[in-house]
Design a protein around this ligand. Structure first.
Ligand code: SAM
Length: 335
């Protein structure tokens, strides 16, 4: 997924930098409390003893349940995917509220793809209710749907707005493709909570904590509301032109609250090694992050240049592709 703040291109830099400090991942428990697409944890999954992952947003939780929570092969996965791909279209919630044919005035998906999302989503839920599928399979199928739907969304990357005309990729038929995950022998934990609350739990402790909080004012719940709606598939009244649902307002996206929340998180963290990704355009300055972390132990910093997230350039000129500095703040915590 083309995700705001994605560390996809930085995954190697981050993993190598962590390894330099801790020596080896063998036998370690690593927690990632702002998991997003889960790309960092996915890269480390085969190397560590255990992962604890979390994100506030339901769509992200769904991806994490699949990519990190799932460790054993899914029985009959190909047949299930095939059956879902072959379903007849259904005029459900997504079609009614987010496709032109539904009469809402919104066009996040083509009519055909909206109906296909509805058909697949309803079937996954029906299978869960009748216990035709177990929990790992449920999240595997749901993650597959979220990623496949995202590929044909008629947006300039995020769901804060839809495009006036169906773009080329949105005209393609949605094809449900399997969200393959690594097979491992682990008992990982996946949460859908506020990081500041979760970190206080006695069970949430380990060797390494990786934090990648939002760094600007763009709330993920607003920018990815439609993925939450597909993940939750609940009944609500979509609001306004964009069909927004009620969404989480993270303190990490609020200039006047972020530093206090960040310090509380660090203070409560039961991990010896803490790594924090942040960039030079964040709500907290490099110096502020350093000042906070330095209170809790031995601090150091690694920096790299990075081509930041960009929206579809041809269709949304507000987003520029330019280089930014990405920081990895490092704390070896005193206890
Ligand atoms: C910069 S993104 C993480 C990106 C991720 N590392 C990746 O590469 O996909 C920040 C994430 O923090 C989540 N988030 C925001 N506030 C949060 C909070 N208070 N607790 C937990 N997660 C939160 C957002 O939903 C978003 O997925």
């Amino acid at each position: 997924m083309n995700y705001i703040g994605s560390k996809y291109k930085l995954a190697e830099f981050i993993a190598d930098s962590i390894k330099e400090v801790v020596g080896s991942f063998e036998g370690t428990t690593i927690a990632e409390l702002f998991g997003g697409t889960g790309i960092i944890a996915r890269n480390l999954k085969s190397e560590v003893k255990k992962l604890i992952v979390n994100d506030l947003e339901p769509y992200s939780f769904t991806l994490l349940k699949n990519y990190i929570g799932n460790t054993q092969p899914i029985a009959q996965s190909e047949a299930l995917i095939q059956t879902l791909n072959d379903l007849p279209p259904f005029e459900g919630f997504i079609y009614q509220h987010y496709c032109a044919g539904g009469g809402s005035g919104r066009m996040y998906f083509s009519d055909e793809n909206g109906q296909k999302i509805d058909a697949i989503r309803q079937q996954i839920e029906a299978w869960k209710k009748t216990q035709h599928i177990d929990e790992p399979t449920y999240y595997f199928l749901l993650a597959s749907l979220l990623e496949s739907a995202d590929k044909v969304a008629n947006t300039a990357s995020v769901y804060g707005a839809f495009l006036k005309h169906l773009k080329k990729s949105a005209l393609k038929e949605l094809e449900l493709t399997p969200a393959e995950f690594a097979i491992t022998q682990q008992a990982n934990e996946v949460y859908n909570e506020d990081a500041n609350e979760l970190v206080k739990r006695p069970a949430v402790q380990g060797d390494i904590l990786y934090l990648d909080p939002p760094y600007n004012a763009r709330q993920y719940g607003a920018n990815y509301h439609l993925l939450n709606t597909i993940a939750l598939y609940d009944d609500f009244e979509p609001k306004g032109k964009t069909g927004l649902r009620d969404y989480n307002r993270s303190v990490y996206c609020q200039k006047d609250k972020v530093a206090t929340a960040f310090e509380a998180l660090i203070a409560d963290a039961q991990f010896q090694y803490i790594f924090v990704s942040y960039n030079n355009e964040g709500l907290m300055s490099k110096e502020e992050v350093k000042r906070i972390l330095s209170k809790y132990g031995k601090y150091s910093l690694k920096t790299t240049q990075y081509q930041r997230f960009k929206a579809d350039k041809t269709e949304n000129r507000n987003h520029k592709a330019d280089a930014t500095e990405e920081y990895l703040h490092i704390l070896v915590k005193n206890f």
